[in-house]
Design a protein around this ligand. Sequence first.
Ligand code: SF4
Ligand code: SF4
Length: 286
Amino acid sequence: MSSVLTDKHPCFSAHAQHQYARMHLPVAPKCNISCNYCSRKFDCVNESRPGVTSEVLSPAEALLKFERVKHEIPNLSVVGIAGPGDALANWPETRGTIELIKKADPGVLICLSTNGLLLPEYAPELVKFGVRHVTVTVNCTDPAVGAQIYGSINYQGKRYTGAEGSELLLNNQQEGIMYLSGHGVSIKVNIVMIKMVNDWHVPDVVKRVKQLGATMTNIMPFIPAPGSVFSGLPQTNMRDVTAVRTACAGDLKQMSHCRQCRADAIGLLGEDRSNEFRSCAQHVEP
Ligand code: SF4
Ligand code: SF4
């Protein structure tokens, strides 16, 4: 992994957050798992705060939007696909978008966020397409904990639940992270920290993903989403998150500047400009 690339990524480098902008292209509406903290009326917690994406784009529309944003924001360095569902559960759209963006601008960094279920299937293609930054949400390494977090896992035409389903998901996440990190891809692992569910287990997750080659972890507070299975659980307070981040910092680099961005976020991490570019793809002549 080239540090020159990561130095231009506002999420992987705290320094770059003030200099380089990123944009998310919301081309991935479907999801293949069901996290108990997710409400489908809201954005994917992989990389988002609970505020809907205002549009879902086709790859062609995504390209138009990219061209417009690149023209207006010259310090744009990263194009990310972060939902609003799972990037890999919408692989034809995700791949089509990556191909179009790469062709239009071979220098832009492509970033992707996923729950990891389909990584064993698509990781080799991600490497082939030159994707050098991937975020995987890994909330646990113990299937018994996963059984409390995941309602169901839909994999190869079959629906799995309980510890069986979460074991499948966790194995695929870990296999995918190991493959990608072994092929020069920087991996950020997001962990949603939920009180009394996985808060005590977070340091185990950090240690395990370090062994697998992850670059950093981003421990995020659980925020209850109305309509989700976990809507009645308390929001995790930042004091507890900071304490766990500090305890884990000796094991692995910790991200502390995450803004839990929307699936259509645009701009510097601290100043989202997605409103300015809403629906712009529909107003540009092809
Ligand atoms: Fe990539 Fe996540 Fe940053 Fe978006 S917010 S650019 S998906 S690391
Ligand atoms: Fe929701 Fe993301 Fe979980 Fe899918 S992976 S259920 S979109 S939080």
